[in-house]
Design a protein around this ligand. Structure first.
Ligand code: HEC
Length: 208
């Protein structure tokens, strides 16, 4: 469910960004034919549908996201998206190129922040540095928030770690790079910790 909404959100965001990029090009370079095309009823309905989908899936994902995972980057992203809406409405309706450009830049910046958020997950910094055993590393990096201390929680689309069949190399790859709602831990876990953490993740299978 959560993973499905995440894919729907990403698709809506990409369509939304593409649409606004074309609208911005039409406005900036005074392309009257293209402007008329975007003013057509079908296009306006399409725009309404993807904007609604974009916001509704975003709200769902945010409300259901484990509170520990809500980083400052995420709040800044949401503030930028919300602030860009009235600026875009006024900019494109009145044909104000400066406001239209500003709104498109804000949307692109918030997309960049979302990507950064995935690569810089909320971790307990001091604990991460000090963590010396697999279970401590698991705790310090908030793995338990989604997977539970026993690996079975499955929050935010997380997989049951006790039922996992992934190879050691795949586990390590996924911890470092993330997948779907799981962030990547490249920037907070070193290779020594990765080895201990992977041992711990694999040991959870024995509790199945
Ligand atoms: C924000 C929630 C979240 C956090 C925090 C999180 N994970 Fe995950 N994890 C997921 C999700 C979602 C998946 C499933 C990804 C997919 O395949 O769609 C997953 C999958 C995995 C898998 C693969 C299981 C399989 O069989 O496919 C492993 C291993 C794993 N996580 C380990 C960890 C470890 C170790 C940590 C801490 C460093 C961690 N996770 C932190 C959400 C999370």
């Amino acid at each position: 469910m959560y993973t499905g909404f995440l894919h729907l959100h990403k698709t809506a965001v990409l369509l939304f960004m593409a649409l606004y990029l074309f609208k911005w090009i039409a406005l900036t370079f005074n392309m009257e034919g293209m402007k008329a095309f975007f003013a057509k009823k079908g296009l306006r309905i399409f725009e309404m549908v993807i904007s609604t989908l974009f916001l509704a899936t975003g709200i769902y994902l945010m409300v259901n996201l484990a509170p520990e995972m809500r980083s400052n980057l995420l709040w800044i992203k949401i503030a930028l998206v919300l602030a860009s809406i009235p600026i875009a409405v006024v900019g494109f309706k009145r044909g104000n190129k400066i406001l239209a450009t500003l709104s498109v830049l804000m949307i692109i910046a918030s997309y960049g922040l979302a990507e950064m958020h995935k690569k810089r997950p909320a971790v307990n910094k001091a604990e991460t540095v000090a963590a010396a055993t697999g279970v401590d590393i698991y705790k310090a990096n908030n793995c338990a928030v989604c997977h539970g201390q026993d690996g079975k929680l499955m929050l935010n689309g997380a997989k049951d770690l006790t039922a996992s069949t992934l190879s050691r190399a795949d586990i390590e790859h996924q911890i470092m790079n993330g997948k779907n709602a799981m962030p990547g831990y490249k920037n907070s876990i070193d290779t020594g910790q990765l080895k201990l953490l992977t041992d711990y993740v694999q040991s959870l299978r024995n509790n199945n």
